[in-house]
Design a protein around this ligand. Structure first.
Ligand SMILES: Cc1cc2nc3c(=O)[nH]c(=O)nc-3n(C[C@H](O)[C@H](O)[C@H](O)COP(=O)(O)O)c2cc1C
Length: 511
C-alpha cells in the first residue's frame, strides 16, 4: 500500500513512497506460499523481495540524511508492527544508493532471515534457534574469483567514503556512522580463526574511519594481539549484507567459531567469498559494500560520541585507532544496512530478545544447570541488563547456581546488571509477572547476591568515566524459598502453558 505525505506538510520536495519493483500479484502469491513453509534467500536483495511480498517493506524517496532518516528510524524502531524502510534518492547522493532501516524489528522478518516459516510463534522460533545452535556443522566458505561485490572496486585516490549516503543517526553523534548494521571480519594472528562481529564505524574522511570494539569482544582480542606485536590489524567491514550474516555477526558465538562458517552450515551451502586483495580475508561475494584495510596502532583519532544501546551517549568521545581503508568494493546501487542504536528496546533488541534468550537457556543447559524451563533477556534492558531465568527447583542452592551462571555465561557476562531467577510457573517474558515474583517471593536479606568487578566497559552509563571497565551484578533469587516451598502460599492464576492454551482457544474474543 503506497501512502503519500498529506498535502500541506512541508517535507521538502521529492518525498514520496514508491514500489520496490513491479512484481506481479502471481509472483507475490508464489513467494508467500513458499514463505509459509520456510524459504532461504541468496542475499539482501532477495530478502527485500520476500519482505515486500509479506507487505512489510516501504520504499521512501527524497528523505534527507542529516536529520530525517535518523528521526524516522527512531520512530520505526519504537513502534510495534512498523515496517522495514528502504530510503532511496537521498538528496545530495546518487539515485539508487540506498539505506535500509528497521529491517528485522518484527518476528516475521527475523523468521525470513533464518529461513523459518514466516508465521512461526515466538517460543517455537526460540526452540528452532536453540536446535540450530546445537546441530549446525560449520561449512568453510568457498573462494570464488568474482561476484556482485566486484561490480565496483576502488583503490587509492578513487576511494571516497563520502559518496555513501551515511545518515547522521542521532543529533549529538560525533559524525556519520557508516557501520551500524555491519559485520567486521578479523583474523586471529595465532590460530587463523576468522571472526565476524558488529562494531561501529564512524567515517573520518575519504579513506579513514573509526572502528570501536569494546574490551573483551573477539575483534578486540584479535586487535590487542596485533597491537602487542606492533602490527596493524587487517580487517574487512561489510556494510550491507544478507541479514543472516548480520544476525550471526551481532550475536555472541563461541570463541573459535567462525560466523561465516556457521552461516554456511545453517544454509547447507558454503558462503561464496572473494579473497580480499590487501588482507587475504574472505569477503562474501554477494554483500553490498565492503571496506578492506588496516586498523593502525600508531594512528589515533577522536571517535564518538555516538548514541548507544543503553540509551545514552555514555562512552563520549575518545581517541581510538584509525582504520585505513585500502580498497572499497561495492555492488551497483549499493544498500547500507542501518541499525543505529536507540533507547532500548530498539530494532536489535526486538530481534535479539528471542535469540539471546534461547542462547541463555542453552548455555545454562551446557553448563550443567538442570531443569531450566525458560529464559528471557528483556529488550528494555538491551537484552543484557535485565535477564530472567525460570527453573523447576530440584535441590537447595539450585536457584543461586542458575543465577550466578546466567550472570557469567557467554550471553550474560558482558555489561550485565540484574539477573532474576524465578520458579517455572512465572512467565519470564512478562515483566509484570517477573516483578510480581520479585515483590512476593524474594525477601531482600536472604534473596540477593552481588558479584563485584565483573566485565563491563566504556559504554556502561552507571560507572563514572575514570572507573569504567568493571561493574557489579545483582542476582535476585525470586523463587519460593527451597526449605518451605511446599508451604508457600498457592499462587492465583494459570501457568504460562495454561495461559497460552487459553489464548489459543479463547483469544478470538479479544478481537
Ligand atoms: C547494531 C549493533 C551495534 C553494535 N556495535 C558494537 C560496537 O560498536 N562495539 C562492540 O564492541 N560491540 C558492538 N555490538 C555488539 C557486538 O556486535 C556483539 O557483542 C557481538 O557478539 C560481537 O562479536 P564477537 O562476540 O565475535 O566479538 C553491536 C551490536 C549490534 C546489534
Amino acid at each position: 500500500m503506497l501512502r503519500q505525505p498529506p498535502p500541506g506538510l512541508d517535507l521538502g520536495s521529492g518525498v514520496r513512497m514508491v514500489e520496490l519493483d513491479d512484481a506481479s500479484p502471481e509472483d507475490r502469491e508464489r513467494l508467500l506460499a513458499e514463505l509459509r513453509r520456510g524459504r532461504g534467500h541468496d542475499d539482501l536483495r532477495d530478502w527485500l523481495r520476500l519482505v515486500d511480498a509479506i507487505g512489510e517493506l516501504r520504499v521512501l524517496e527524497g528523505v534527507d540524511h542529516k536529520e530525517s532518516i535518523g528521526r524516522v528510524t527512531e520512530m520505526l524502531q519504537h513502534t510495534e508492527g512498523a515496517p522495514a524502510v528502504l530510503f532511496d534518492r537521498i538528496p545530495g547522493f546518487e539515485p539508487g544508493w540506498r539505506v535500509l532501516v528497521n529491517a528485522q524489528s518484527e518476528r516475521r522478518r527475523l523468521a525470513i532471515s533464518l529461513g523459518l516459516p514466516v508465521e512461526i510463534g515466538a517460543w517455537e522460533l526460540m526452540e528452532r534457534w536453540e536446535r540450530m545452535m546445537d546441530e549446525t556443522h560449520p561449512l568453510p566458505p568457498t573462494l570464488v574469483e568474482s561476484g556482485p561485490i566486484c561490480e565496483n572496486v576502488l583503490e587509492g585516490d578513487d576511494i571516497d567514503l563520502g559518496r555513501f549516503p551515511t545518515p547522521l543517526w542521532h543529533p549529538e553523534d560525533g559524525g556519520p556512522y557508516l557501520g551500524t548494521g555491519d559485520a567486521v571480519l578479523t583474523r586471529d594472528p595465532d590460530t587463523g580463526w576468522v571472526n565476524m562481529g558488529t562494531y561501529r564505524v564512524q567515517v573520518h574522511d575519504r579513506a579513514a574511519t573509526g572502528l570501536y570494539i569494546s574490551p573483551g569482544k573477539h575483534g578486540r582480542i584479535h586487535r590487542d594481539k596485533y597491537f602487542q606485536r606492533g602490527e596493524p590489524m587487517p580487517a574487512v567491514v561489510l556494510v550491507g549484507m544478507d541479514p543472516l550474516l548480520f544476525v550471526a555477526s551481532a550475536l555472541e558465538m563461541a570463541p573459535g567459531l567462525s560466523e561465516l562458517e556457521w552461516v554456511g552450515g545453517v544454509r547447507g551451502r558454503p558462503v561464496e567469498c572473494i579473497r580480499g586483495r590487501h588482507t587475504g580475508l574472505p569477503i562474501p561475494a554477494r554483500a553490498e559494500i565492503a571496506l578492506e584495510g588496516f586498523l593502525r596502532p600508531d594512528r589515533r583519532r577522536s571517535e564518538g560520541p555516538f548514541g548507544e544501546w543503553t540509551g545514552y551517549y555514555a562512552s563520549g568521545a575518545r581517541d581510538e585507532p584509525v582504520f585505513e581503508v585500502r580498497a572499497v568494493y561495492h555492488r551497483d546501487h549499493p544498500i547500507i544496512l542501518g541499525v543505529p542504536p536507540e533507547k532500548p528496546p530498539y530494532e536489535a533488541h526486538r530481534f535479539r530478545q528471542y535469540l539471546r534468550s534461547a542462547n541463555l537457556r542453552r548455555e545454562l543447559r551446557l553448563a550443567g544447570v538442570p531443569d531450566v524451563t525458560a529464559a528471557w533477556c528483556h529488550g528494555v534492558g538491551g537484552c543484557r541488563l535485565f535477564n530472567v531465568v525460570a527453573i523447576e527447583q530440584r535441590y537447595p542452592g539450585h536457584a543461586r547456581q542458575a543465577g550466578h551462571v546466567a550472570a557469567q555465561c557467554r550471553t550474560g557476562a558482558y555489561l550485565g546488571r540484574i539477573t532474576v531467577v524465578v520458579d517455572s510457573d512465572v512467565d519470564v517474558s512478562d515483566l509484570d509477572e517477573v516483578i510480581w515474583a520479585i515483590c512476593t517471593r524474594a525477601d531482600p536479606e536472604r534473596s540477593i547476591d552481588v558479584i563485584s568487578r565483573a566485565w563491563s566497559g566504556p559504554l556502561d552509563p552507571a560507572i563514572p568515566p575514570e572507573e569504567k571497565g568493571f561493574n557489579s551484578r545483582l542476582i535476585i533469587d525470586a523463587t519460593r524459598p527451597f526449605e518451605w516451598r511446599d508451604r508457600f502460599p498457592h499462587a492465583i492464576g494459570p501457568s504460562p502453558e495454561e495461559k497460552r492454551r487459553t489464548r489459543e482457544r479463547w483469544g478470538w474474543i479479544l478481537g
